[in-house]
Design a protein around this ligand. Sequence first.
Ligand SMILES: NC(=O)c1ccc[n+]([C@@H]2O[C@H](COP(=O)([O-])OP(=O)(O)OC[C@H]3O[C@@H](n4cnc5c(N)ncnc54)[C@H](O)[C@@H]3O)[C@@H](O)[C@H]2O)c1
Ligand SMILES: [Zn+2]
Length: 364
Amino acid sequence: MKQITVNTPSGSYAVVSGHGIAARAGALLEPLEPVSGVFLISSPVVWRHWGHLLGKTLQRVHDTKTILFDDRESAKTLAAVERLCRGLAQAGADRRSVIVALGGGVVGDVAGFVAASYMRGIRIVQMPTTLLAQVDSSIGGKTGVNLPEGKNLVGAFHQPRLVITDPQMLKTLPPRQYRAGLYEVIKYGVIGDEILFRFLERRLGEVLRQETAALGWVLERCIRAKAEVVSADERESGLREILNFGHTFAHALEAATRYRTLMHGEAVGWGMIGAARLSVQMNLLKQEDAARIMMLVQRVGRLPKLPALKAESLVEWMRGDKKARNGRLRMVLAERIGAVETVEDVPEEQVKNTLRELVAQGKA
Ligand SMILES: NC(=O)c1ccc[n+]([C@@H]2O[C@H](COP(=O)([O-])OP(=O)(O)OC[C@H]3O[C@@H](n4cnc5c(N)ncnc54)[C@H](O)[C@@H]3O)[C@@H](O)[C@H]2O)c1
Ligand SMILES: [Zn+2]
């Protein structure tokens, strides 16, 4: 079992990872004592695969109650938060209770926001079950829900007390979901870990087949990267921005296709292709490094095609991105594999050119 510590002003916590450790979750929770009760929040799908295992290990240590909710993105709402909080109240949760969130990013974000708000904040342990959640959303304390007006508009920072990551749980994940998470893995290579990037170039096949050694190594690298960024910048004032490599393009593609065509990770795959192209156009990145990024993204699998989107309207979505400041185009671009920088005032014409190229490539 590997342990990586996240140090933030609001507290330190461990991310433990290892093949098969989910079966020991009960024992891993012991350092959190005193605990008045454990409340497992999950979704019916995840529960069907992993509920039995989890129930058994947690029950051995604590009286555990389970609350399930629909984890479709469209159900990531304040109504779900209210239902879960009422469920907790009815089941007798108090300030010394611990929530265990078992699921992907939706479960983690909603349960995290519930933990941040119920009785003004109770403890939560994240047990991520998707690749995206294991390398990204379970670490860092960002929680929240969507509004009809936009994604993740209501939320809070609330760090977990522990993150338990078991790659074995990814075995039941639909292959498309798994591949979507791999684009975020590639992102970590580009933004700061050339060794990870090279490992993926050499051993992508093993990672795609979820071979224990290769996947375990990759997960640890990504967790370490995310933990470092979050430790240096808990509330996303600067450094944490580098995690958004490929994401300005991705958010525009997701929004312009109404979140129906692309999974988030797939949009990041296209977004990294866009960001690599733009980095070359801006004379920041060598063509051969851009080619390596694009090649690795493409080797993960066939990305969904892109509809005939207009560059002008995509730029509008980019300007509306809540990470764009004052409507200027501010983007994270690559200097080389393993180093990125934030560029202010990226010329709109260059971005439009890249978008046209991207949409043409996506049509093929
Ligand atoms: N908080 C953050 O920092 C952060 C970062 C990135 C993304 N997010 C959020 O994460 C969400 C996306 O999360 P996601 O990509 O993990 O997808 P998800 O939570 O939507 O899960 C995808 C699907 O896989 C199922 N599933 C989950 N684990 C499974 C398993 N082990 N076996 C079988 N099926 C399983 C789920 O039930 C669901 O149907 C978005 O809402 C996004 O906003 C949050
Ligand atoms: Zn992402």
